[in-house]
Design a protein around this ligand. Structure first.
Ligand SMILES: NC(=O)c1ccc[n+]([C@@H]2O[C@H](COP(=O)([O-])OP(=O)(O)OC[C@H]3O[C@@H](n4cnc5c(N)ncnc54)[C@H](O)[C@@H]3O)[C@@H](O)[C@H]2O)c1
Ligand SMILES: [Zn+2]
Length: 364
């Protein structure tokens, strides 16, 4: 195994799986897939941006591993994360007479991962699913945990299923072709993971941030492995989001509303950066978090090239959007707020005035 190699186990009781992280892994997909499947054929779903860059390397490695790949390419971008986009994918795989044992690989960011997972969950009532996440967000967040699905006009991710992958293959080298704004967006989720679970990890991220932004691959591989471990621990403790998995929503109650009201001009991670900042503001006002910890958090977010201020959106529009979120229970908004770096609590008793004030604080 190369020096940057890591394996993280996701210990789900019924369907444990491994997340392999190693530079150059994209060239060895065939051997890795052979470790979990004896099928001859294998489906691959990619998008119109990732496909031209990587599909040849993946299919030739699959062929060397004895597989016959059948590739379906979907248009890139969240706007295409809908059921109609998937119809030609089902056609391609059903016409090729896929069987219950034929695995389907997602080669792309979180959009391709969620959509491919949904195909794998539903085609023939479920076939094995393999993730090759290609964005930092997909590596540290979307590829682990088994949430799959598509958007609907009524909201994001409203149609979906839980379907865990058989294996997740991560090659940190592929981040070199990722637009820098997408890299920073993924870093927002890494910062989130440290705030909810790991003060020492937060300090390490503070120390390593510049090397990470320069894509020093050993440091980036460590970061990915550490973040996958955090997500794996949370998911293994609460596979269906009945309890502590909700901690992963830190920054997301504010952030989703900001993302929606901005009409997606904020990238997801940028909206989450503002959302984490607003959540910290509320936590300080409630006497839960020290100003020192809040400043440390916002300094790291800002150093990662993510916004903590300068928001131009209408505060009332953001507050209203928050109450429309699918996660609102009995009209009560649930917030995940930090008590300190590395520890969060769930609160559903925030007065609307404080919520509005926290959003207003982002305008400065
Ligand atoms: N399932 C989950 O638990 C979970 C968690 C978080 C987010 N998500 C979902 O993930 C999606 C967002 O994922 P994303 O941020 O990865 O967006 P994305 O999949 O749209 O990828 C962003 C862009 O980067 C391109 N790209 C991807 N990898 C590349 C590479 N290596 N080089 C060059 N270009 C590359 C893509 O083609 C796309 O244009 C959302 O739909 C969200 O709902 C799911
Ligand atoms: Zn997120």
């Amino acid at each position: 195994m190369p020096a940057t190699g890591h394996t993280v186990k996701v210990n789900l009781p019924l369907s444990p799986y491994s997340v392999r992280i190693a530079a150059g892994l994209i060239e060895r997909v065939g051997a890795e897939v052979a470790s979990v499947s004896t099928s001859r054929r294998v489906g691959v779903v990619t998008d119109s941006t990732v496909g031209p860059l990587y599909i040849d390397r993946v299919t030739s490695s699959l062929r060397s591993g004895g597989f016959e790949p059948i590739v379906a390419t979907i248009p890139a971008g969240e706007a295409h994360k809908t059921l109609p986009t998937l119809l030609p994918v089902y056609d391609a795989f059903l016409n090729a007479r896929f069987e219950r044992s034929t695995p389907i690989i997602a080669l792309g960011g979180g959009v391709v991962g969620d959509m491919t997972g949904f195909v794998a969950a539903t085609i023939l009532r479920g076939v094995p699913f393999i993730q090759i996440p290609m964005t930092l967000l997909a590596m540290v967040d979307a590829s682990v945990g088994g949430k799959t699905g598509v958007d609907h006009a009524a909201g994001k991710n409203l149609i979906g299923a839980f379907h865990q992958p058989a294996i997740v293959l991560i090659d940190p080298d592929v981040l070199k072709s990722l637009p820098p704004r997408e890299l920073r967006s993924g870093l927002a989720e890494c910062i989130k993971h440290e705030i909810i679970r790991d003060e020492a990890g937060f300090a390490k991220l503070e120390a390593n941030l510049d090397r990470i932004l320069q894509l020093d691959i050993t440091t980036v591989a460590d970061l990915i492995a550490h973040n996958v471990q955090i997500k794996a621990n949370v998911v293994a403790a609460d596979p269906f989001e009945n309890g502590e998995r909700v901690h992963l929503n830190f920054g997301h109650t504010f952030g989703h509303a900001i993302e929606t009201v901005s009409n997606f001009s904020y990238a997801h991670g940028e909206a989450i950066a503002l959302g984490m900042t607003a959540a910290c503001h509320a936590a300080v006002k409630l006497g839960m978090l020290t100003q020192i910890d809040k400043d440390r958090i916002t300094r790291l977010i800002s150093r990662a090239g993510l916004p903590i201020a300068g928001m131009k959106l209408d505060v009332d529009a953001v507050v209203d959007a928050m109450f429309f979120d699918k996660k609102v229970k009995d009209g009560k908004l649930r917030f995940v707020l930090p008590g300190r770096i590395g520890h969060v609590v769930i609160r559903d008793d925030l007065p609307r005035g404080l919520v509005a004030e926290a959003i207003h604080s982002l305008k400065g």
